[in-house]
Write a protein of this length. Structure first.
Length: 293
């Protein structure tokens, strides 16, 4: 549906082949029996295999002529790098941020643990502030956020739903103050609107830890790169899929490759631990999921 609705420059037959390949990845029909974890080949049309530095390669392929376009809303809203883990996404975002001219501003969070349910439990004594600051999980901003004017960001919480300021809304930073961030909306129904983002108290909806942590921080993340899970619902003209490690959950690979609106907009870089290029990756499909639909 995403391919058919876009202004596609591909021929009908080429579009059909690409669409069928995406569906086969999602249905686990490549390299059968594909029920669980199976390696599948990636067509050469999509692979980035000639590079010296994989980070430089995926960034330059997804964001060509970056310094001439880093403040251009149309350029930024139409493309993104996708990766499987928060750690990889953070590395890419900080790498790209380093190219932007201008002064960098750093925002630190205030973290604390709710000890009400475990009052008197000595285990809470080892939860130092330094330890809490290192914790990351999906939907929670990092303890340390570095920003520059012109940085694209994504909301991690619903701030004002009637105004379209929802989780996954993308914006560009236009002003940085100590207690508020000014940003211009580049996705959703109010593109071009200017808003002010305050700090908020946030707790993970599904905590991966055996305690309840609250982080007071701006509800944002830089979005030159985003996790595959965070990209759900996005439609993009250009997608750079970066896989230094294989995907690890059902349907992740399908979600990543189906974000793009045109075959020519998809590029994939896969490498091993020594940065050597690979032409196959793991596809995770558990077919019992489909049987219960």
């Amino acid at each position: 549906m995403r391919l058919q609705q876009a202004d596609n420059t591909s021929s009908t037959s080429e579009l059909e082949l690409f669409s069928n390949w995406i569906l086969k990845v999602g249905d686990g029909k490549l390299e059968e029996p594909n029920d669980g974890y199976t390696d599948i080949p990636i067509p050469n049309d999509f692979l980035i295999s000639n590079y010296d530095d994989p980070l430089e390669a995926i960034v330059s392929e997804t964001y060509p002529n970056f310094l001439n376009n880093y403040k251009n809303p149309e350029f930024l809203q139409s493309r993104a790098i996708l990766a499987g883990t928060i750690e990889t996404v953070d590395i890419i975002n900080q790498y790209v941020l380093g190219f932007i001219p201008g002064e960098e501003k750093e925002y630190l969070s205030s973290d604390f643990v709710d000890t009400f349910d475990g009052e008197g439990n000595e285990a809470f004594d080892v939860l130092t502030l330094e330890f809490l600051n290192t914790l990351t999980t999906s939907g929670l901003p990092n303890h340390k956020i570095k920003l520059k004017i012109g940085t694209p960001i994504m909301l991690l919480r619903n701030i004002d739903q009637p105004e379209g300021l929802c989780n996954r809304t993308r914006l560009i930073v236009t002003r940085l103050e100590n207690h508020v961030i000014e940003a211009k909306i580049i996705s959703g129904k109010n593109i071009g609107g200017v808003i002010y983002i305050p700090r908020m108290d946030m707790t993970p909806t599904q905590s991966p830890w055996p305690f309840k942590m609250t982080r007071r921080q701006f509800p944002i993340t830089i979005c030159y790169a985003m996790t595959i899970n965070k990209s759900q619902g996005q439609s993009l003209d250009y997608v750079g899929l970066y896989l230094p490690r294989s995907v690890f959950s059902h349907g992740q690979l399908y979600v990543a490759i189906s974000r793009v609106k045109n075959k020519k907009g998809l590029k994939i870089l896969i490498h091993d631990k020594d940065n050597h290029p690979l032409n196959s990756t793991t596809n995770v499909v558990f077919k019992e999921v489909f049987e219960n639909l």
